[in-house]
Design a protein around this ligand. Structure first.
Ligand code: GLN
Length: 198
């Protein structure tokens, strides 16, 4: 069971799938759309979707700076795909100026947006994941990859010769979408991180 309150940023993207995955892990997650909701959570999932749109909405709703501040203060977070892009400290191919994805700087990595999308829009495959006995079936949908990993960032999985899952302290990020498979091990890991057990 989860004691901590976990939120899912619910501005855009596959929010419902993350809420369901967290519930399967024994958590009682809440949607986060407002500042008071953000202040009330102990950890936050940033779902896949479109990082440029999510950045725009965060700004419109005056959530960008409060979110940056909570992350800087150590709030645990898990970002999948667009969420990984948002959590990065540097974004390449961030989008058109004025509508670009802005980094929240919670993990010291450089990501390239739509990196896999240059070759194929999406692909899937089984990849080894640090700390898990069996491989994870990873679904990549116009996914980023990681081009630089700072000191203190642990690489948990790789694909196409690039890191695709990383962890720095209580912040976890994957370029792929575990919420669309029935495999809950990565959400379970995050729930345990938020509860201070991993
Ligand atoms: N390409 C999207 C972006 O730039 C991410 C895609 C996804 O989250 N599935 O944000």
């Amino acid at each position: 069971m989860s004691d901590a309150r976990i939120g899912v940023l619910a501005l855009q993207g596959d929010v419902r799938e993350h809420l369901a995955a967290l519930r399967d892990c024994g958590a009682d997650p809440v949607s986060v759309r407002r500042r008071d909701e953000l202040e009330a959570v102990d950890g936050l999932v940033i779902p896949g979707g479109e990082s440029t749109t999510m950045t725009h909405l965060l700004r419109e709703l005056e959530l960008l700076e409060p979110l940056r501040q909570r992350l800087a203060a150590g709030m645990p977070a898990y970002g999948a795909c667009a969420g990984m892009i948002m959590l990065a400290s540097e974004i390449r191919d961030a989008g058109t100026a004025g509508r670009e994805a802005l980094p929240l700087s919670a993990v010291d990595i450089t990501v390239r947006r739509n990196a896999f999308g240059r070759q194929v829009d999406s692909f899937e495959g089984d990849i080894a994941f640090e700390g898990l006995d069996d491989p994870v079936h990873a679904v990549f949908i116009r996914a980023p990859w990681v081009e630089r990993v700072g000191a203190g960032v642990q690489v948990l999985a790789r694909a196409a010769d690039h890191p695709v899952a990383v962890r720095q302290g209580a912040v976890l990020a994957t370029a792929f979408h575990p919420e669309v498979t029935g495999d809950r091990r990565i959400h379970q890991l995050f729930v345990e991180i938020v509860n201070g057990r991993r």
